[in-house]
Ligand binder design. Structure first.
Ligand code: GRF
Length: 220
């Protein structure tokens, strides 16, 4: 019997191209996912337009309206819980999450990060890879824990760094691949194939020692 669609909430702060990639994959019948809620911490986030166009409930929970991180986190958690989100996807959500929030959604919250984690947590990942003279870069999807970009890594995609590359060319080349990585990874969650217990990630019931690498064509 086919699984019921997985109920997900997507958190954004900006353009929301990854949210759009998920919406489009659902539209093409490639993802057994129901996006039950979109949340942005920024009222001007262009990505809200994608939620509106797809008739997905969305909330702006502006962090500047709250006295501290804990109060903002609590407001976001409340909306996600009311929406019945089983999976929380941070897709360009530019807020550090407090420990309480991370614990509440432990094992069911993932983040997309533009580096080959554990390398380059935080910002300016392309410049840091270039400055280090790396020959490849990529993107990672990891379970979210209280530490910044620190939770167990689930999947990755890699690209070579070419002569003459700068942060803009890397971002342009990696962007579409990040979308593929996110869709393919969320699909594994929809198929209930990924689990995380005590920081150990399992795929199809077996512990993974290295992040799953996305191959051309979209399989791991
Ligand atoms: C992506 O590059 C992702 O790696 C990073 O933020 C960006 C979000 O882009 N976490 P978008 O808002 O989904 O277009």
């Amino acid at each position: 019997m086919k699984n019921a669609p997985l109920k997900a909430a997507v958190l954004i702060s900006g353009t929301g191209s990854n949210l759009k990639a998920l919406i489009d994959a659902i539209g093409r019948g490639q993802l057994n996912l129901d996006i039950v809620q979109v949340v942005s911490n920024r009222p001007e986030a262009a990505g809200l337009g994608h939620a509106r166009a797809a008739a997905i409930p969305f909330s702006v929970i502006d962090h500047t309206d709250y006295p501290d991180r804990q109060a903002h986190d609590a407001a976001v958690a409340d909306v996600l819980q009311r929406a019945g989100a089983e999976l929380v996807v941070l897709a360009g959500y530019m807020r550090i999450l407090g420990e309480e929030f991370a614990n509440k959604f432990a094992g069911r919250m993932i983040n997309l990060h533009p580096s080959l984690l554990p390398l380059y947590k935080g910002l300016d990942t392309y410049d840091r890879a270039l400055d280090a003279g790396d020959t490849e870069t990529g993107a990672s999807i990891h379970f979210v824990t209280a530490g910044l970009d620190s939770g167990p890594v689930i999947t990755q995609i890699r690209i070579p760094i070419l002569q003459g590359d700068d942060a803009a060319t890397l971002k342009a080349r990696l962007g579409p691949l990040e979308h593929e990585l996110l869709v393919a990874t969320v699909r594994l969650f929809c198929e209930r194939k990924i689990h995380c217990t005590d920081s150990v990630v399992s795929f199809d019931g077996k512990e993974i020692e290295q992040p799953l690498q996305l191959k051309p064509g979209g399989s791991f």
